[in-house]
Design a protein. Structure first.
Length: 140
């Protein structure tokens, strides 16, 4: 099995709270950045999604904070789509410090919405496969 897709991020000082820790809401920004980076790397743009009349939606997100992150820390944010049957999929993400320490684990449930019907598409996996020039990045 290949390593999950990942992007590097440097924690910026303005993203920290009064204790000097990365603010809890910024973990979601890092996860979202990795997800959109994966889509771009796979050949899927926002314009391409809109042209097809679909858009990714977050249905649920869970964050497990493991170790603090401080300004200047270099991290890798992974992104791995886990496909099942039906209208939803899971996205598993890890924020890992340069020394390998896991700082956070993020699990999200998502779907792909038909923007006209305002309902989830029946088979998001096949939609992503059709849209992507590099579907292997999604494990397809």
């Amino acid at each position: 099995m290949a390593d999950p897709f990942s992007v590097p991020v440097t924690v910026r000082g303005y993203e920290t709270d009064v204790q000097g820790h990365l603010n809890q809401s910024v973990y979601l920004n890092y996860a979202e950045h990795a997800r959109w980076s994966l889509l771009r790397a796979a050949g899927i743009s926002q314009a391409g999604l809109l042209a097809r009349g679909v858009g990714p939606v977050a249905l649920e997100t869970n964050i497990k904070y493991r170790r603090e992150l401080l300004a200047g820390d270099e991290v890798e944010v992974t992104c791995d789509f886990v496909w099942g049957e039906g209208r939803t999929f899971r996205i598993e993400q890890t924020i890992r410090k340069a020394d390998g320490t896991v700082a956070a684990e993020i699990t999200a449930a998502g779907g792909l919405m038909d923007l006209t019907a305002r309902r989830l598409v029946a088979d998001p996996k096949e939609q992503f496969r059709a849209l992507a020039s590099q579907p292997h990045l999604f494990g397809l």
